[in-house]
Design a protein around this ligand. Sequence first.
Ligand code: PMV
Length: 362
Amino acid sequence: MLTESDFFASSQTALPDEGRYSWSAPSNIAIVKYWGKKDNQIPANPSASITLNRCQTMTNVSFKKSSSPGFDLYFDGEKKDAFRPKISKFLERIAPYCPYLDRLQLTIETSNTFPHSSGIASSASGMAALAVNVMSIERLMNPEMTDEYFNRKASFLARLGSGSACRSIDGKIVVWGNHRDVESSDLYGVPFEKIHREFEGYKDTILLVDKGEKKVSSSAGHDLMHKHPFAQQRFDQAHENLSDLLRIFETGDLDGFVKLAESEALTLHSMMMTSMPYFILMRPNTLEIINRIWNFRADTNIPVCFTLDAGANVHLLYPAQFESEVNELIKSDLSRFCQNDHYICDEMGTGAVQLTQSENIG
Ligand code: PMV
């Protein structure tokens, strides 16, 4: 495993005067959840996620050598000052590891494949897309860099922007955080390769119960774990659940997956309900959908289950072979509990992809 000192940039060749890169990076959905962090975006417990495929952020970064470095930011083709503080903070945090950036003027153009007001956080895909672009610039100075190093440092940088973003760089299933059973790191995400065929192409249909901005940000939620009465038990449980989950992915234990995924989702929300101050992010329709999933599963024996992120939307998880039955359930029963009947059909993906000139958004 790499340590922090491996992530200070070394340069073999000079940077060209200008250049442009374009990458797309996906969102991810955690099955064992990260909730609670230490300084420097170090997670209080390890987590594991499924990488998504369709929910992506596409980002172009153009750079020019300049004596007055800085950045311009465009979202969907328009200047977006509201996003500047997040990007500034990200660039500040990665500066010690990417000193070449302070000689560059950057133009960042970004857009999401999912609607901005969908209640789906774009911080994971957004920070991941930015981090791989930065690594493309770094690779110009260090052409012999391996893909593995590229991915690990991109994940390391993305983590400094938004913790869960480090799981959006590389791999279908990604583990982040030190854990006794698997080679993993608190500093970056590592792909978990032992995936049973039952989990290949796993589906995630995101039922958009509430497309509004979250009432409590994840940063505020993570902070509340510091004085949380159940914090230590929760962190210990996450270690146990991660051991179980890795075995489940390896052996294709779909029933085990259902139980673990739902229990993790409800535990995450119970941490929110038992912190001080307490809060509830689920909405009545979140619970309505959960009950209907449970009834459907009892009636059909189809191993469809749910997970939740830090919001009201429900992620419906199921094996690819049951796509038509679950689609029928969504159309005939669940979609009416979504805001404007909206849902997004996604599935397991592989991570960030570099875009060619014709694919990029510019
Ligand atoms: O990466 P953050 O700080 O937005 O936190 C993400 C927290 C959860 O989505 C609730 C869980 C996770 O592991 O992704």
